[in-house]
Design a protein around this ligand. Structure first.
Ligand code: AMP
Length: 196
């Protein structure tokens, strides 16, 4: 990943999301809606490459709407997460580290949809790398039905206690519609890096 200021109007967005579908159909509905909105605007999706859970919903909906979808999957997960066989591109990589690096290189912005520990791990890595100035790409939470509210409350608490600079909290994009998300990604400017 480079620290180039290369975020304007992303052509490809890396999406982190759950390998589970979630307990309510609203998660799949809103995921598919976002996938279609990206495809209709000619924005490619980069994601983990699987067919399971919301990851599969995302890929299927974007492909059905004519979008480009590129998967990145470690060899060890090809069977477990069921590598999607209809993608416009699939990189099978050595391990999780290579997966995240590749998913970071391929897109100009990152968006986390509802997911579990894996989604959070991926989200926090790209967000902390942004704070360190390792890349200058926007990181967003796509909120479905208030899913990210408890996390945002925890982050606000961390900031109030002096462990998270307000400028970094403010740099985390939060949106709940495709239009809102794309407008915010387009207007985003990188925060001043932590040790600069
Ligand atoms: P989850 O949100 O836990 O359902 O996981 C979503 C995706 O994150 C799955 O494709 C996992 O394989 C992936 N994942 C979990 N941990 C990591 C990690 N450390 N690095 C990269 N991807 C991960």
């Amino acid at each position: 990943m480079t620290a180039a200021h290369d975020h304007q109007d992303p052509r490809r967005i890396t999406v982190f999301t759950g390998s589970a579908p979630g307990g309510s159909p609203v998660f799949a509905e809103r995921t598919a809606q976002l996938a279609r909105a990206l495809a209709e605007r000619g924005i490619g999706v980069v994601y983990g490459g699987g067919k399971v859970g919301l990851m599969g919903v995302l890929a299927d909906a974007a492909l059905a709407a004519g979008g480009a979808v590129h998967g990145v999957m470690p060899r060890s997960l090809v069977d477990d997460e069921i590598a999607h066989d209809g993608l416009t591109g699939l990189d099978v990589v050595a391990d999780m580290h290579e997966r995240k690096l590749r998913m970071g290189e391929l897109a100009e912005a990152f968006v986390a949809l509802p997911g579990g520990a894996g989604t959070l791990e991926e989200l926090f890595e790209v967000w902390t790398w942004q704070q360190l100035g390792i890349h200058a790409k926007p990181v967003a939470l796509f909120d479905v039905d208030g899913y990210w509210r408890p996390l945002l409350t925890a982050l606000e608490g961390m900031s109030a206690h002096g462990f998270l600079s307000p400028q970094f909290l403010a740099s985390l994009v939060v949106a709940d519609t495709a239009e809102d998300l794309l407008a915010k990604l387009s207007a985003w400017t990188p925060p001043r890096a932590k040790w600069s």
